[in-house]
Design a binder for this molecule. Structure first.
Ligand SMILES: [Zn+2]
Length: 429
Protein backbone atom coordinates (compact mmCIF):
# COMPACT_ATOMS: atom_id res chain seq x y z
CA UNK A 1 0.00 0.00 0.00
CA UNK A 2 1.38 3.40 -0.91
CA UNK A 3 -0.08 6.89 -0.69
CA UNK A 4 0.91 10.29 -2.05
CA UNK A 5 1.19 11.77 1.45
CA UNK A 6 0.88 10.45 4.99
CA UNK A 7 0.38 12.76 7.99
CA UNK A 8 1.48 11.01 11.18
CA UNK A 9 0.23 11.53 14.72
CA UNK A 10 -2.07 14.53 14.37
CA UNK A 11 -4.81 15.36 16.87
CA UNK A 12 -8.26 15.63 15.29
CA UNK A 13 -10.72 18.28 16.52
CA UNK A 14 -12.58 15.63 18.56
CA UNK A 15 -9.40 14.86 20.51
CA UNK A 16 -8.50 11.52 18.94
CA UNK A 17 -5.01 10.95 17.56
CA UNK A 18 -4.84 9.60 14.02
CA UNK A 19 -2.80 9.35 10.84
CA UNK A 20 -4.28 10.71 7.62
CA UNK A 21 -3.41 9.21 4.25
CA UNK A 22 -3.88 11.25 1.08
CA UNK A 23 -4.15 9.96 -2.46
CA UNK A 24 -5.04 11.83 -5.68
CA UNK A 25 -6.05 14.97 -3.77
CA UNK A 26 -8.49 13.14 -1.50
CA UNK A 27 -8.45 11.70 1.99
CA UNK A 28 -7.87 7.97 1.52
CA UNK A 29 -7.75 6.84 5.16
CA UNK A 30 -7.97 8.21 8.69
CA UNK A 31 -6.97 5.88 11.53
CA UNK A 32 -4.41 5.30 14.22
CA UNK A 33 -1.09 3.78 13.11
CA UNK A 34 -1.44 3.62 9.33
CA UNK A 35 1.58 1.56 8.31
CA UNK A 36 2.21 2.32 4.65
CA UNK A 37 4.65 3.80 2.18
CA UNK A 38 4.07 7.36 0.99
CA UNK A 39 5.65 9.86 -1.38
CA UNK A 40 5.99 12.14 1.63
CA UNK A 41 5.55 11.30 5.30
CA UNK A 42 4.95 14.37 7.47
CA UNK A 43 5.24 14.16 11.24
CA UNK A 44 2.53 16.31 12.81
CA UNK A 45 2.48 14.61 16.19
CA UNK A 46 0.78 16.48 18.98
CA UNK A 47 -0.53 19.16 16.64
CA UNK A 48 -4.16 19.84 15.82
CA UNK A 49 -5.26 18.77 12.33
CA UNK A 50 -8.38 20.64 11.38
CA UNK A 51 -10.55 21.03 8.32
CA UNK A 52 -9.79 24.44 6.79
CA UNK A 53 -11.16 27.66 8.19
CA UNK A 54 -14.25 29.02 6.45
CA UNK A 55 -15.31 32.66 6.30
CA UNK A 56 -19.02 32.84 5.47
CA UNK A 57 -19.16 36.65 5.28
CA UNK A 58 -16.58 38.88 3.64
CA UNK A 59 -16.19 41.89 1.32
CA UNK A 60 -13.38 41.05 -1.06
CA UNK A 61 -14.07 43.99 -3.39
CA UNK A 62 -13.19 46.38 -0.55
CA UNK A 63 -10.45 44.51 1.27
CA UNK A 64 -6.98 46.04 1.64
CA UNK A 65 -8.27 49.43 0.46
CA UNK A 66 -7.69 51.03 3.87
CA UNK A 67 -6.89 54.73 3.49
CA UNK A 68 -8.26 55.02 -0.07
CA UNK A 69 -9.25 57.74 -0.68
CA UNK A 70 -9.21 58.59 3.04
CA UNK A 71 -9.64 56.99 6.46
CA UNK A 72 -13.01 56.48 8.21
CA UNK A 73 -12.69 59.13 10.93
CA UNK A 74 -15.77 58.26 13.02
CA UNK A 75 -15.42 54.51 12.54
CA UNK A 76 -19.18 54.18 12.02
CA UNK A 77 -21.05 51.95 9.57
CA UNK A 78 -22.65 54.93 7.84
CA UNK A 79 -19.36 56.80 7.33
CA UNK A 80 -17.94 53.50 6.03
CA UNK A 81 -20.75 53.20 3.46
CA UNK A 82 -20.21 56.87 2.50
CA UNK A 83 -16.47 56.33 2.15
CA UNK A 84 -16.99 53.23 0.02
CA UNK A 85 -19.27 55.38 -2.17
CA UNK A 86 -16.34 57.79 -2.67
CA UNK A 87 -13.95 54.95 -3.51
CA UNK A 88 -16.28 53.05 -5.88
CA UNK A 89 -15.98 55.38 -8.91
CA UNK A 90 -12.19 55.27 -8.56
CA UNK A 91 -11.97 51.46 -8.65
CA UNK A 92 -10.29 49.74 -11.54
CA UNK A 93 -10.57 46.10 -12.58
CA UNK A 94 -6.83 45.58 -12.08
CA UNK A 95 -6.74 47.18 -8.63
CA UNK A 96 -9.72 45.18 -7.33
CA UNK A 97 -8.19 41.97 -8.62
CA UNK A 98 -4.75 42.72 -7.27
CA UNK A 99 -6.08 43.49 -3.77
CA UNK A 100 -8.29 40.39 -3.80
CA UNK A 101 -5.43 38.11 -4.87
CA UNK A 102 -3.14 39.64 -2.22
CA UNK A 103 -5.82 38.95 0.38
CA UNK A 104 -6.21 35.37 -0.86
CA UNK A 105 -2.46 34.87 -0.28
CA UNK A 106 -3.04 35.90 3.35
CA UNK A 107 -6.05 33.60 3.57
CA UNK A 108 -4.18 30.61 2.11
CA UNK A 109 -1.33 31.15 4.57
CA UNK A 110 -3.85 31.11 7.45
CA UNK A 111 -5.61 27.92 6.32
CA UNK A 112 -8.70 29.92 5.30
CA UNK A 113 -9.74 27.97 2.21
CA UNK A 114 -13.42 28.84 1.72
CA UNK A 115 -14.79 32.37 1.60
CA UNK A 116 -18.25 33.75 0.84
CA UNK A 117 -17.79 37.31 -0.33
CA UNK A 118 -20.46 39.89 -0.97
CA UNK A 119 -19.76 41.98 -4.06
CA UNK A 120 -21.33 45.40 -4.44
CA UNK A 121 -23.51 45.58 -7.55
CA UNK A 122 -24.41 49.27 -7.13
CA UNK A 123 -21.86 50.34 -9.73
CA UNK A 124 -23.27 50.20 -13.25
CA UNK A 125 -19.90 49.03 -14.60
CA UNK A 126 -20.14 45.85 -12.46
CA UNK A 127 -16.37 45.96 -12.56
CA UNK A 128 -15.88 44.36 -9.14
CA UNK A 129 -18.20 41.50 -10.16
CA UNK A 130 -16.09 40.82 -13.25
CA UNK A 131 -12.84 41.09 -11.32
CA UNK A 132 -13.96 38.75 -8.54
CA UNK A 133 -15.38 36.20 -10.99
CA UNK A 134 -11.89 36.07 -12.52
CA UNK A 135 -10.30 35.77 -9.09
CA UNK A 136 -12.69 32.93 -8.25
CA UNK A 137 -11.52 30.97 -11.30
CA UNK A 138 -7.84 31.70 -10.72
CA UNK A 139 -7.81 30.54 -7.08
CA UNK A 140 -10.15 27.59 -7.49
CA UNK A 141 -7.33 25.08 -6.96
CA UNK A 142 -6.82 26.29 -3.39
CA UNK A 143 -9.75 28.47 -2.24
CA UNK A 144 -13.50 28.02 -2.73
CA UNK A 145 -14.82 31.50 -3.37
CA UNK A 146 -18.57 32.06 -3.37
CA UNK A 147 -19.95 35.42 -4.57
CA UNK A 148 -23.07 37.16 -3.29
CA UNK A 149 -24.76 39.85 -5.41
CA UNK A 150 -25.00 42.66 -2.86
CA UNK A 151 -27.01 45.82 -3.63
CA UNK A 152 -25.05 47.86 -1.06
CA UNK A 153 -26.97 51.11 -1.65
CA UNK A 154 -30.39 49.46 -1.34
CA UNK A 155 -32.44 47.49 -3.89
CA UNK A 156 -34.99 50.33 -4.17
CA UNK A 157 -32.97 53.23 -2.78
CA UNK A 158 -30.46 52.96 -5.62
CA UNK A 159 -32.14 53.34 -9.02
CA UNK A 160 -30.23 50.64 -10.93
CA UNK A 161 -29.68 48.18 -8.07
CA UNK A 162 -32.40 45.73 -9.05
CA UNK A 163 -31.30 45.56 -12.65
CA UNK A 164 -27.64 45.24 -11.63
CA UNK A 165 -28.41 42.45 -9.15
CA UNK A 166 -30.04 40.44 -11.93
CA UNK A 167 -27.16 41.23 -14.32
CA UNK A 168 -24.64 40.04 -11.73
CA UNK A 169 -26.56 36.79 -11.26
CA UNK A 170 -26.65 36.34 -15.04
CA UNK A 171 -22.86 36.74 -15.06
CA UNK A 172 -22.48 33.80 -12.67
CA UNK A 173 -22.68 35.22 -9.15
CA UNK A 174 -23.75 32.39 -6.85
CA UNK A 175 -25.92 33.87 -4.09
CA UNK A 176 -28.63 36.58 -3.80
CA UNK A 177 -27.82 39.32 -1.27
CA UNK A 178 -29.71 42.30 0.13
CA UNK A 179 -29.72 45.06 2.73
CA UNK A 180 -33.33 45.68 3.81
CA UNK A 181 -32.50 47.91 6.81
CA UNK A 182 -30.82 50.41 4.48
CA UNK A 183 -33.97 51.10 2.45
CA UNK A 184 -35.79 54.36 3.17
CA UNK A 185 -38.77 52.77 4.91
CA UNK A 186 -39.50 49.57 6.79
CA UNK A 187 -42.05 48.74 4.07
CA UNK A 188 -39.44 49.05 1.32
CA UNK A 189 -37.09 46.89 3.36
CA UNK A 190 -39.74 44.21 3.68
CA UNK A 191 -40.61 44.38 0.00
CA UNK A 192 -36.93 44.03 -0.91
CA UNK A 193 -36.67 40.82 1.13
CA UNK A 194 -39.71 39.40 -0.68
CA UNK A 195 -38.50 40.36 -4.15
CA UNK A 196 -34.94 39.10 -3.61
CA UNK A 197 -36.15 35.77 -2.18
CA UNK A 198 -38.43 35.37 -5.20
CA UNK A 199 -35.48 35.97 -7.53
CA UNK A 200 -33.50 33.31 -5.63
CA UNK A 201 -36.37 30.83 -5.74
CA UNK A 202 -36.84 31.28 -9.50
CA UNK A 203 -33.15 30.70 -10.12
CA UNK A 204 -32.62 27.96 -7.54
CA UNK A 205 -30.02 30.04 -5.67
CA UNK A 206 -29.08 30.56 -2.06
CA UNK A 207 -29.82 33.82 -0.20
CA UNK A 208 -27.56 35.71 2.21
CA UNK A 209 -28.72 39.17 3.26
CA UNK A 210 -27.18 41.82 5.41
CA UNK A 211 -30.17 41.91 7.71
CA UNK A 212 -30.98 44.32 10.54
CA UNK A 213 -27.39 45.52 11.01
CA UNK A 214 -28.61 48.24 13.33
CA UNK A 215 -29.30 48.82 17.03
CA UNK A 216 -32.94 49.63 16.26
CA UNK A 217 -35.01 46.95 18.04
CA UNK A 218 -37.83 47.56 15.57
CA UNK A 219 -35.69 46.52 12.62
CA UNK A 220 -37.38 43.14 12.11
CA UNK A 221 -36.55 42.18 8.54
CA UNK A 222 -35.30 38.79 9.74
CA UNK A 223 -38.95 37.94 10.40
CA UNK A 224 -39.80 38.60 6.75
CA UNK A 225 -36.71 36.68 5.62
CA UNK A 226 -37.77 33.59 7.60
CA UNK A 227 -41.37 33.95 6.42
CA UNK A 228 -40.37 34.17 2.73
CA UNK A 229 -37.97 31.25 3.19
CA UNK A 230 -40.88 29.08 4.26
CA UNK A 231 -43.35 30.45 1.72
CA UNK A 232 -40.95 29.84 -1.18
CA UNK A 233 -39.54 26.51 0.04
CA UNK A 234 -36.01 27.87 0.48
CA UNK A 235 -35.35 26.07 3.79
CA UNK A 236 -31.67 25.39 4.43
CA UNK A 237 -30.53 27.76 1.67
CA UNK A 238 -30.96 31.14 3.39
CA UNK A 239 -28.76 33.05 5.81
CA UNK A 240 -29.27 36.30 7.69
CA UNK A 241 -25.99 38.13 8.20
CA UNK A 242 -25.39 40.35 11.25
CA UNK A 243 -28.93 40.36 12.79
CA UNK A 244 -27.59 42.83 15.36
CA UNK A 245 -30.96 44.48 16.06
CA UNK A 246 -31.92 41.25 17.86
CA UNK A 247 -29.51 42.27 20.62
CA UNK A 248 -31.82 45.16 21.43
CA UNK A 249 -35.20 43.57 20.73
CA UNK A 250 -37.89 42.95 23.31
CA UNK A 251 -37.51 39.49 24.88
CA UNK A 252 -41.12 38.53 24.26
CA UNK A 253 -40.80 39.25 20.56
CA UNK A 254 -37.55 37.27 20.36
CA UNK A 255 -39.23 34.30 22.06
CA UNK A 256 -41.58 34.20 19.07
CA UNK A 257 -38.93 35.02 16.47
CA UNK A 258 -36.32 32.36 17.27
CA UNK A 259 -38.68 29.39 16.73
CA UNK A 260 -39.69 30.91 13.37
CA UNK A 261 -36.04 31.20 12.27
CA UNK A 262 -35.38 27.62 13.42
CA UNK A 263 -38.46 26.28 11.61
CA UNK A 264 -37.47 28.07 8.41
CA UNK A 265 -33.92 26.64 8.72
CA UNK A 266 -32.47 30.11 8.21
CA UNK A 267 -28.82 30.29 9.31
CA UNK A 268 -27.29 33.23 11.16
CA UNK A 269 -23.93 34.83 10.42
CA UNK A 270 -22.77 37.22 13.15
CA UNK A 271 -19.58 39.18 12.46
CA UNK A 272 -18.14 39.77 15.93
CA UNK A 273 -15.02 41.82 15.14
CA UNK A 274 -17.02 44.29 13.12
CA UNK A 275 -20.21 44.56 15.14
CA UNK A 276 -18.47 45.00 18.49
CA UNK A 277 -16.86 48.08 16.93
CA UNK A 278 -19.77 49.37 14.80
CA UNK A 279 -22.77 48.87 17.07
CA UNK A 280 -23.78 50.89 20.12
CA UNK A 281 -22.49 54.07 18.50
CA UNK A 282 -25.56 56.07 19.53
CA UNK A 283 -25.31 54.83 23.12
CA UNK A 284 -23.64 56.66 25.97
CA UNK A 285 -23.42 54.14 28.85
CA UNK A 286 -24.35 51.38 29.25
CA UNK A 287 -23.13 50.73 25.69
CA UNK A 288 -24.68 47.77 23.89
CA UNK A 289 -22.42 45.09 22.40
CA UNK A 290 -24.60 44.74 19.32
CA UNK A 291 -23.89 41.07 18.68
CA UNK A 292 -26.95 39.01 17.88
CA UNK A 293 -28.17 36.37 20.38
CA UNK A 294 -25.78 33.55 19.53
CA UNK A 295 -26.21 31.16 22.52
CA UNK A 296 -30.00 31.47 22.35
CA UNK A 297 -30.01 30.73 18.62
CA UNK A 298 -27.84 27.66 19.17
CA UNK A 299 -30.26 26.50 21.88
CA UNK A 300 -33.06 26.74 19.33
CA UNK A 301 -31.09 24.60 16.87
CA UNK A 302 -30.38 27.50 14.51
CA UNK A 303 -27.17 27.08 12.53
CA UNK A 304 -24.67 29.84 13.28
CA UNK A 305 -21.38 30.66 11.54
CA UNK A 306 -19.04 33.49 12.48
CA UNK A 307 -17.88 35.76 9.64
CA UNK A 308 -14.94 38.11 9.40
CA UNK A 309 -16.71 40.74 7.23
CA UNK A 310 -13.84 43.18 6.79
CA UNK A 311 -10.05 43.43 6.64
CA UNK A 312 -8.45 46.86 6.20
CA UNK A 313 -11.32 48.53 4.39
CA UNK A 314 -13.70 51.51 4.84
CA UNK A 315 -15.41 49.78 7.79
CA UNK A 316 -12.55 48.20 9.72
CA UNK A 317 -8.96 49.35 10.15
CA UNK A 318 -7.57 46.01 11.33
CA UNK A 319 -7.85 42.32 10.39
CA UNK A 320 -5.43 39.59 9.36
CA UNK A 321 -7.43 36.81 7.62
CA UNK A 322 -7.26 34.88 10.89
CA UNK A 323 -10.61 33.21 11.62
CA UNK A 324 -9.30 32.41 15.11
CA UNK A 325 -9.44 36.15 15.86
CA UNK A 326 -13.08 36.01 14.80
CA UNK A 327 -13.85 32.98 17.00
CA UNK A 328 -11.98 34.59 19.91
CA UNK A 329 -13.98 37.81 19.73
CA UNK A 330 -17.28 35.98 19.15
CA UNK A 331 -16.66 33.77 22.17
CA UNK A 332 -16.01 36.79 24.39
CA UNK A 333 -18.90 38.91 23.20
CA UNK A 334 -21.34 35.99 23.45
CA UNK A 335 -19.83 34.91 26.80
CA UNK A 336 -19.52 31.35 25.49
CA UNK A 337 -16.87 30.22 27.95
CA UNK A 338 -17.80 26.61 28.86
CA UNK A 339 -15.65 23.94 27.19
CA UNK A 340 -18.50 22.79 24.96
CA UNK A 341 -19.36 26.39 24.01
CA UNK A 342 -15.73 27.17 23.19
CA UNK A 343 -15.59 24.12 20.94
CA UNK A 344 -18.77 25.33 19.24
CA UNK A 345 -17.06 28.65 18.57
CA UNK A 346 -14.34 26.72 16.74
CA UNK A 347 -17.00 24.87 14.72
CA UNK A 348 -18.55 28.23 13.82
CA UNK A 349 -15.38 29.17 11.89
CA UNK A 350 -15.01 25.71 10.33
CA UNK A 351 -17.72 23.05 9.93
CA UNK A 352 -20.82 25.15 10.64
CA UNK A 353 -19.82 27.85 8.18
CA UNK A 354 -18.99 25.18 5.59
CA UNK A 355 -22.52 23.84 5.99
CA UNK A 356 -23.98 27.35 5.56
CA UNK A 357 -22.02 27.71 2.30
CA UNK A 358 -23.21 24.27 1.18
CA UNK A 359 -19.65 22.94 0.72
CA UNK A 360 -20.30 19.27 0.07
CA UNK A 361 -16.68 18.19 -0.37
CA UNK A 362 -15.54 19.70 2.93
CA UNK A 363 -14.44 17.89 6.09
CA UNK A 364 -11.93 15.48 7.56
CA UNK A 365 -13.59 12.34 6.23
CA UNK A 366 -12.47 9.54 3.96
CA UNK A 367 -13.35 10.38 0.35
CA UNK A 368 -13.52 14.14 0.89
CA UNK A 369 -11.10 16.57 -0.73
CA UNK A 370 -7.76 16.69 1.13
CA UNK A 371 -8.05 20.28 2.38
CA UNK A 372 -6.72 20.75 5.91
CA UNK A 373 -4.65 22.86 8.24
CA UNK A 374 -2.17 21.83 10.93
CA UNK A 375 -2.01 24.16 13.93
CA UNK A 376 0.53 24.69 16.68
CA UNK A 377 -2.06 23.76 19.34
CA UNK A 378 -3.24 20.58 21.03
CA UNK A 379 -6.99 21.07 20.54
CA UNK A 380 -9.53 23.58 19.15
CA UNK A 381 -9.88 25.50 22.43
CA UNK A 382 -6.13 25.94 22.66
CA UNK A 383 -6.10 27.04 19.02
CA UNK A 384 -8.57 29.83 19.89
CA UNK A 385 -6.70 30.78 23.07
CA UNK A 386 -3.34 31.06 21.30
CA UNK A 387 -4.69 32.21 17.94
CA UNK A 388 -2.33 29.37 17.07
CA UNK A 389 0.27 29.52 14.32
CA UNK A 390 -0.45 27.49 11.20
CA UNK A 391 2.30 24.93 10.66
CA UNK A 392 1.00 23.57 7.37
CA UNK A 393 -1.87 24.19 4.98
CA UNK A 394 -2.94 21.58 2.44
CA UNK A 395 -5.32 22.20 -0.47
CA UNK A 396 -6.51 19.41 -2.79
CA UNK A 397 -3.77 17.16 -1.33
CA UNK A 398 -0.92 19.61 -2.01
CA UNK A 399 0.98 21.47 0.70
CA UNK A 400 0.48 25.16 -0.16
CA UNK A 401 1.99 26.73 2.98
CA UNK A 402 4.40 25.47 5.59
CA UNK A 403 6.48 26.78 8.48
CA UNK A 404 8.58 25.34 11.30
CA UNK A 405 7.48 25.57 14.91
CA UNK A 406 9.38 28.52 16.29
CA UNK A 407 9.02 28.89 20.05
CA UNK A 408 10.34 32.05 21.66
CA UNK A 409 13.62 31.45 23.54
CA UNK A 410 13.93 32.95 27.00
CA UNK A 411 17.30 34.06 28.31
CA UNK A 412 16.60 34.11 32.06
CA UNK A 413 19.02 32.23 34.32
CA UNK A 414 17.39 29.25 36.00
CA UNK A 415 14.41 29.18 33.62
CA UNK A 416 13.74 26.91 30.62
CA UNK A 417 14.74 28.49 27.36
CA UNK A 418 11.91 27.34 25.06
CA UNK A 419 8.51 28.80 25.74
CA UNK A 420 5.44 28.34 23.58
CA UNK A 421 2.51 28.96 26.00
CA UNK A 422 0.86 25.61 25.29
CA UNK A 423 -0.89 24.28 28.38
CA UNK A 424 -0.95 20.51 28.41
CA UNK A 425 -3.96 19.38 30.39
CA UNK A 426 -6.35 16.89 28.86
CA UNK A 427 -9.11 18.80 27.16
CA UNK A 428 -11.85 19.30 29.77
CA UNK A 429 -15.06 17.43 29.09
ZN1 LIG B 1 -20.93 42.63 5.38
Amino acid sequence: MSFDTLLKGGVLPDGTTADIAIQDGRIAAISAGIDAEAGEIIDVSGNLISPPFVDPHFHMDATLSYGQPRINASGTLLEGIGLWGELKPLLTHEAVKERALAYCDWAASMGLLAIRTHVDVCDDRLLAVEALLEVKREISHYIDLQLVAFPQDGLYRSPTARENTVRALDMGVDVVGGIPHFERTMADGQASVTELCEIAAERGLMVDMHCDETDDPLSRHIEQLAYETQRLGLQGRVAGSHLTSMHSMDNYYVSKLLPLIAEAEVAAIPNPLINITLQGRHDTYPKRRGQTRVPEMLQHGIRVGFGQDCVLDPWYSLGTADMLDVAFMGLHVAQMTSPSDMRRCYEMVTTQSAAIMGLEDYGLEVGKRADLVVLDAGNPIEAIRLRAARLMVMARGKVIARRERSPMRLDIPGREADIDRRFSVPEPR
